[in-house]
Write a protein that binds this ligand. Structure first.
Ligand code: GTR
Length: 393
């Protein structure tokens, strides 16, 4: 009996598990999409004006994302201070000034310090536009501040931008067991038990907002001309951050996939269940209600760009990154840009279908490109995106 049971466990349980987790890459198996209408309020009101959008529909959609997907991003604290320290060598002494900035925030008698690495064009006064990259990679060994393959500081400086980055782990470690060992347990412990409480994405977004606090008071920075950039998990973060913080002029999510740019209800590539199982510390606990049940989600990711509009939003995909569902990402911006176009009157209509795309689509305040190759933030992505920036900043 025991042997039969063991055999059953050995043979069938993995099969059952596999059938649940096998990603779908077959377009013909994508379910028919029933997506919530951005222009009809929960009470059935037609939304056509900026006023109705901002007072009625946008807050409804924001609350849904906050409670069902990302969790809260608390905005209150008691004090913030900035200190420029000198710890590491400047990798670009001929081209850039380096500021290593400790940002200390306190709340209810406790404090947390995070570090941003900030480069400004040398020998010029400014004020400069600024680009912040949220880096999910751990701090580099031996005091290295920059990986230029990922964050092309020299190119950005040459083009007249100031640019900053921080490592996500210095605010909330990217780890299911330890993610609370940063600002969550220190500054916002009351969030821990909540089903819609602060998780890692919210914490990283909170840090981006503190970096923005620094830019705003910096005499050489024009903080109104600001760009927030994230790749993959931090692309998802960048979108949620900008939905919370209107100070970002342009928000760029590269290959942000499931829980970012891509429509969840397509269940193509990474699913809600797959992402919640692998990364339980990223999203609100409530998001797990939709594991395997994307059709019951009361929203989808096409509503997210509307929370950022009329500020600019940019997405990009890679053809080799099917796990992130490039077509779902394109649909996310194509449908999402309707708010910029129809409510705010931007020239933002994506006429081409995904299959018809033959180059970047750069409109007023929304843009998209897809490139060959695999999941990565490459110079090609930056270069194409910077063309969009020069027309939209
Ligand atoms: C993947 C994950 C994605 C994406 C990515 C990344 O493994 O499934 O949702 O966020 O990691 O951040 O590189």
């Amino acid at each position: 009996m025991k042997t039969i049971l063991n055999l059953f466990v050995a043979l069938f349980i993995p099969l059952i598990a596999m059938s649940q987790t096998q990603p779908n890459y077959d377009e013909s198996k994508v379910p028919a999409l029933h997506l919530p209408d951005p222009f009809v309020s929960e009470k059935g009101k037609q939304i056509r004006s900026v006023e109705d959008w901002e007072k009625v529909r946008r807050p409804e959609i924001f609350r849904l994302f906050e409670s069902e997907v990302y969790g809260q991003l608390p905005k209150d604290f008691d004090a913030i201070s900035f200190e420029v320290v000198k710890e590491n060598a400047n990798p670009f002494p001929e081209a850039a000034d380096l500021e290593e900035v400790n940002i200390t925030v306190s709340r209810n008698g406790k404090s947390h310090t995070l570090r941003i690495n900030f480069f400004l064009p040398k020998f010029q006064k400014g004020p400069f536009p600024v680009i912040l990259l949220i880096n999910y990679l751990p701090t580099y060994p031996d005091g290295k501040l920059v990986d230029e393959a990922f964050w092309p500081v020299r190119e950005l400086i040459q083009r007249g931008f100031a640019t900053a980055s921080f490592h996500a782990e210095t605010v909330a470690p990217d780890d299911a067991k330890t993610f609370q060992n940063g600002i969550i347990s220190t500054l916002y412990p009351e969030q821990i038990e909540k089903k819609d409480g602060l998780k890692a994405f919210g914490a990283w977004g909170w840090a981006a907002m503190r970096a923005m606090d620094y830019f705003e008071q910096h005499p050489r920075i024009d903080a109104k001309r600001s760009v927030l950039v994230g790749h993959s998990r931090t692309g998802k973060t960048a979108l949620w951050t900008s939905a919370n913080d209107p100070r970002w002029a342009i928000t760029y999510a590269n290959e942000s996939g499931c829980g970012g740019a891509a429509l969840s209800k397509r269940k193509y590539g990474e699913t809600v269940e797959a992402i919640n199982n692998r990364f339980p510390h990223w999203f609100a606990d409530n998001f797990r209600k939709y594991n395997g049940k994307e059709e019951t989600l009361p929203l989808d990711q096409h509503l997210l760009p509307g929370l950022i509009a009329p500020r600019a939003v940019y997405y990009s995909s890679a053809r080799g990154d099917q796990w992130a569902d490039p077509k779902g990402e394109y649909l996310g911006i194509q449908l999402g840009s309707r708010i910029a176009a129809e409510i705010y009157g931007k020239k933002a209509v994506f006429e081409k279908s995904f299959e018809e795309l033959n180059g970047p689509v750069h409109h007023e305040s929304v843009g998209y490109h897809i490139r060959e190759g695999k999941h990565d933030l490459t110079w090609e992505d930056w270069r194409i995106f910077l063309e969009f920036v020069s027309n939209n900043l």
